[in-house]
Design a binder for this molecule. Structure first.
Ligand code: GDP
Ligand code: IMO
Ligand code: MG
Length: 427
């Protein structure tokens, strides 16, 4: 049974958590492959909101194995805190979690560096300050510490000491200071002790599950335009959030992925700095933010809001090889008399349906098509036929323009507020 990947098609926060949680009803394993505690995936247990940062969004369903792949960077403190929060919600998840022994650790000095850089206007890009960039820097610089090192406390301490020395000049240049190795490790010990029994071979676990005919979901974090290779560099995260990242981040062959579902909002949001051509810095943008509760699930920052960008979605379809779309937050657009959708860009070279490079030389202007809005609430819709004709027209327009089918339409944050067109796994 091949795997199904759920990928963010925009700048993150598309509603991947909700989609994964929903699809997990039919899955036996959910594996995350990139990022770390910079992710915030919101789920609902009844009316209780739960935000997952490191643990895959399948965790609310007991018995589903949750794998954190080697493409991730794992902050032991954040993981420990997340597991405690789950416990407070009545879910004792430790036994269902496997953390790749090859995943890299996010340690206190990574967070110090990330925070100090964010205070420097010349360096800040609006990160989540979770130490993600510095941890991946250590990984590709071949100085990082893999989770398996904690099996050998002497080696682990020596590695932390080396890393601390390596980062000290950077921290000093940024006007900061690092705590001693002991002061760093002491508060971590409990979390490391709890992490130890969760360590294992993630690649083997995922491949064995697939071989045994189990249904596996691959959960993306961040989004296509935040991918370090394919995103709006340098305003990106430091990992491979696109579908290819699922292969490297889990040790999974590309042909094992049967379907790639791109998750997109019915409009666009972005947190942090960087280009966003369809951004609305006006009352409409504020209204979308208010209607959609568009405040970061990790940092609480107001999300920047704008119209749906179809060239960006076409780009996401291309770089991920998307087979279908899951469109979320359609309900947020209720009450607007006019909806606009960016269908193309005017550039000095002419009009294009493609997303131009949004780097420093970008001179494009979005070309909009205007569509009629609807006024009656749609969160009760469970079939396409339940939607007002204008909402269906909005969906049809997107489907035609992107030339991909919708697998799912989400009309509210809760599980049941969903119109499913295509089941994730064929029966
Ligand atoms: P993720 O990072 O992609 O998992 O998305 P986030 O959880 O960061 O942000 C999505 C937000 O939208 C969360 O607060 C969800 O509860 C909420 N959400 C998801 N789908 C819908 C929807 O269809 N309608 C509304 N109103 N909210 C939704
Ligand atoms: P989920 O999985 C939205 C953004 C940050 C910043 C940039 C780099 O919830 O969709 P980082 O801390 O990764 O070094 O920050 O990436 N960013 C996200 N934006 N959703 C996310 O995750 C994000 N993870 C990182 O705001 O602009
Ligand atoms: Mg999020």
């Amino acid at each position: 049974m091949p795997a199904v990947a759920i990928i963010g098609a925009q700048w993150g926060d598309e509603g991947k958590g909700k989609v994964v949680d929903l699809f997990t009803e039919e899955a036996e394993m959910v594996a995350r492959y990139a990022g770390g505690a910079n992710a915030g995936h919101t789920l609902y247990l009844g009316n209780t909101k739960v935000v997952m940062r490191l643990v895959p969004s399948g965790v609310l369903r007991p018995g589903v194995k949750c794998v954190l792949g080697q493409g991730m960077v794992v902050d032991p403190l954040a993981l420990d805190q997340e597991l405690r929060e789950l416990l407070a919600h009545g879910r004792d998840a430790g036994g269902d979690i496997l953390v790749s022994e090859r995943a890299h650790l996010v340690l206190p000095y990574h967070k110090v560096v990330d925070e100090l850089r964010e205070k420097d206007p010349g360096l800040s890009i609006g990160t989540t300050k979770r130490g993600i960039g510095p941890a991946y820097e250590d990984k590709v610089g071949r100085r990082g510490i893999q989770a398996q090192t904690i099996r050998y406390p002497g080696q682990f301490r020596a590695a932390v000491d080396r890393a601390r020395k390596a980062w000290a000049p950077t921290v000093a240049a940024l006007g900061g200071e690092l705590a001693s190795v002991e002061a760093m490790l002491e508060p971590l010990q409990g979390a490391l002790d709890r992490l130890l029994p969760m360590l294992g071979d993630a690649s083997r676990a995922v491949n064995d599950a697939l071989k045994a005919g189990k249904r596996v979901l691959l959960e993306g974090a961040q989004g296509t335009l935040l991918d370090v290779d394919h995103g709006t560099y340098p305003f990106v995260t430091s990992s491979s959030s696109t579908a290819g990242g699922a292969c490297t981040g889990l040790g999974l062959g590309p042909r094992k992925i049967r379907r790639v579902v791109g998750v997109t909002k019915a409009y666009t949001t972005r947190v942090g700095g960087g280009p966003f051509p369809t951004e609305l810095n006006d009352a409409i943008g504020q209204r979308i933010r208010a209607n959609g509760g568009e405040f970061g699930s990790v940092t609480g920052r107001p999300r920047r809001c704008g119209w749906l960008d179809l060239p960006a979605l076409r780009y996401a379809a291309q770089v991920n090889g998307m087979d279908g779309l899951a469109l979320t937050k359609l309900d947020v657009l209720t009450g607007f008399s006019e909806l606009r959708v960016c269908v193309a860009y005017d550039t000095p070279e002419g009009r294009t349906l493609d997303l131009p490079d949004l780097g420093e030389g970008f001179q494009g202007t979005p070309v909009y098509v205007s569509l009629p809005g609807w006024s009656s609430p749609i969160s009760g819709a469970r079939r396409l036929e339940d939607l007002p004709p204008e909402a269906r027209r909005y969906l049809d327009f997107i489907e035609e323009q992107i030339d991909l089918p919708f697998d799912l339409i989400s009309v509210g944050p809760h599980r049941e507020e969903t119109i499913i067109k295509v089941a994730p796994f064929p029966s």
